[in-house]
Design a protein around this ligand. Structure first.
Ligand code: NAD
Ligand code: UDP
Length: 318
């Protein structure tokens, strides 16, 4: 039986990953500082003899005996990662250093959750892994983008210098149940606004594009990447379906039968204009491709948020 460490395991993606790894028969240690994670995301796993939770911040070293490490600890929503940019940089860089040090010491395989943000505001479309990106090193997103870019550099430096067994994935916009209601990311914002009958806030004119991957598909890709013996990465994981933000708003409004108005707000600085993964490498090297289409995934997410929100009061049911 493998013992697997998931940092950021109480977060949106991390909690789905812990659940899946346990189901597949591994022991799972979920490590989290609960900045954007919630105990509630993993409460159903407590009591499973293979599951442990550690409250810990990845900027501090940790000593554990594990076979694999999924390093997911880092807030992913622009609102949350820009709240304390210095902390975001520390989480990305010191977190990667500490987890790589651990992987080196116990000879564990380590997978780093990188991001499509390493491509910045891309000038190549769709984005292949060979593209070096167009990121602003001093902008509001830099704490996240450059933090993740440096974490990738650290992964490859430890691999070349110390022979650490690394895997790097670049995750594109992922959505689904357990995103925070006040997360600030576009899918959760639109669904929560639509269900509450509030204005749906499209930033800019809504012509910017994103590609949305359902969380179950993403988790499947993370595990396939960890288990493959041939490719260190980086490998893009995302759904190549590309939609404008305005198309997404209209789709959510239709699927929720909402009477909300769509309103236009100021575009945040450095908001990437277009984003779509080239997933040829993931298909060919991992045999992975996403299976859940946007409408199907949105319906599952809407069901989740509907169960948490009381539309009449406009208040969360929690
Ligand atoms: P999330 O914010 O829901 O989860 C992040 C988790 O990390 C939370 O549980 C949080 O409490 C924890 N955390 C943050 N800082 C920490 C620290 N210093 N020490 C310990 N724990 C810490 O975000 P998510 O969407 O689940 O993202 C998970 C990972 O995937 C992140 O690394 C993110 O950068 C990456 N990613 C996500 C997306 C996406 O669309 N969801 C896209 C690209 C990359
Ligand atoms: N966005 C929006 N309304 C919102 C939240 C986000 O129009 O209420 C836009 C945002 O400007 C960006 C896209 O949706 O163009 C995706 O934003 P998100 O924060 O989900 O992730 P990003 O890909 O920008 O990191």
């Amino acid at each position: 039986m493998k013992r697997i460490l998931v940092t950021g395991g109480a977060g949106f993606i991390g909690s789905h990953l812990c659940e899946r790894l346990l189901k597949d028969g591994s022991e799972v240690i979920c490590l989290d500082n609960f900045f954007t994670g919630r105990k509630e995301n993993i409460s159903h796993l407590i009591g499973n003899p293979g599951f442990e939770i550690i409250r810990h911040d990845v900027i501090e070293p940790v000593l554990l005996e594990v076979d694999e490490i999924y390093n997911l600890a880092c807030p992913a929503s622009p609102v949350h990662y820009q709240y304390n940019p210095v902390k975001t940089i520390k989480t990305n860089i010191m977190g990667a250093l500490n987890m790589l040090g651990l992987a080196k010491r116990v000879r564990a395989r380590i997978l780093q959750a990188s991001t499509s943000e390493v491509y910045g505001d891309p000038k190549v479309h769709p984005q292949p892994e060979s593209y070096w990106g167009n990121a602003n090193p001093i902008g509001f997103r830099a704490c996240y983008d450059e933090g993740k870019r440096c974490a990738e550099s650290l992964m490859f430096a430890y691999h070349r210098q110390n022979g650490v067994d690394i895997r790097v994935v670049r995750i594109f916009n992922t959505y689904g149940p357990r995103m925070l209601e006040n997360d600030g990311r576009v899918v959760s914002n639109f669904i929560v606004q639509a269900l509450r009958g509030l204005d749906m806030t499209v930033y800019g004119d809504g012509s910017q594009t994103r590609s949305f991957c359902y969380v179950d598909d993403l988790v499947d890709g993370l595990i396939k990447m960890m288990e493959n013996d041939g490719v260190a990465g980086p490998v893009n994981l995302g759904n190549p379906g590309e939609f404008t933000v305005l198309e997404l708003a209209n789709m959510v409004k239709r699927l929720t039968s909402s009477s909300s108005n769509i309103v236009f707000k100021e575009l945040p600085p450095d908001d990437p204009v277009q984003r779509r993964p080239d997933i040829t490498l993931a298909k060919e090297s991992l045999g992975w491709r996403p299976l859940v289409g946007l409408e199907e995934g949105l319906l599952k997410s809407i069901e989740y948020f509907r169960s948490r929100i009381s539309p009449a009061s406009g208040l969360s049911s929690l």
